[in-house]
Write a protein that binds this ligand. Sequence first.
Ligand code: PMP
Length: 419
Amino acid sequence: TTAALPRVVGSALRVPLVTGELVEYANLDHAASAPCLEQVRDAVDELLPWYASVHRGAGFASQVSTRVYEQARAAVRRFLGARSTDAVVFTRNATDALNLLARSLPRHTAVVLFDTEHHAALLPWRGPHVRRLRTPSSPAAAVPELDRALREAPVGPRLVVVTGASNVTGELWPVAELARVARRHGARIALDAAQLAPHRPVDVRALGVDYAVLSGHKLYAPFGSGALVGRGDWLQAAEPYLVGGGATSRVTDHGDRLGVAWAAVPERHEAGTPNVVGVHALAVACDVLGRHWEQTAAHERALLARLREGLRTVPGVHELALFEGDRDRVGVVSFTVGGQDAGYLAAALSAEHGIGVRDGAFCAHVAVHRLTGDRRALRASLGLGTTEEHVDRLVAALRGLVTEGSRWSYEQRDGRWAP
Ligand code: PMP
């Protein structure tokens, strides 16, 4: 552990307001995509002259790229505390990783999950044995709910899917307890760590989970890389996720048909030329975050407390929560503001104050609509790019918009509000 907080690029970005004035951008949308770490940018910059197609090239640059690519698997494995026997399959993002897992399940796998998941974790599971449980009012109550569902689940392979931290409320799920229940019923458990891993250490072995998925762009790397990490056997028994070069070990011409022997995991599910640069960025981000948890957590804890206290002083603000009581959470806060339209408020925060937040239902429609009574919400999410000034600016801007209104009039164009 080193003392300084990792730095992100773009901390001095200036954006235009509706007045034409330029102000420092307050990016309060880390939960959608986090800004790139400086160390990630530098590592990518260093690799750019060298990247080449991995595995099959004999040239020096291909050897460098292959080494970088395979070292990235080791970095992701280390970051997640995965078993040495676990497969690390690189994907485009967490959505891709969850879809790969869904396509790799043995036939008739019973899948059990709670209904407030992000769509990426909610939607990929198909078939008659998918059981969606209503999210209970406390994390503790989720444990017996799962126990009951698994007791009723059909005999055969079973998978539980759970998120580490909600992308709507930031609240943490009792992953280790749910994993214990799953194991007791012979079920495997997959952790959607997309939103947890940028904020807290995730240890697959300590949590007792069988699979975990990540998205690079939420982990302070740019777009285009993610990972599925976990037990190799189902992945090895499954048809390749995509077919093409790289996923095969041998293709032979039998006249009327082709004989295809598929490669072993992980290459089996990584057809096509891999994203060496993106995967390197993800790996460097994992290494940097893994060395700075104390500072990262302290930074976020302080800013989150400041944000939540600030929001409580704004008339009409209602913070969303899945669970009763004030629970441990990562730096993600969603809220509604009296009768005000979230899309209008988000537009005004951007146009008049240079603040980036998200509005809508955050790819978790079931959760947001249940918590808001079918309304859209605003979400402010924090991370390494956040400063006290950003938080204070948001709180002051919201208070102004709520108590005094805007001096600009807004109208909807193509579904977005604009002054
Ligand atoms: N799970 C959670 C909890 C998320 O917040 C997100 C991204 N919003 C995803 C999965 C999907 O990530 P991606 O869009 O990068 O595939």
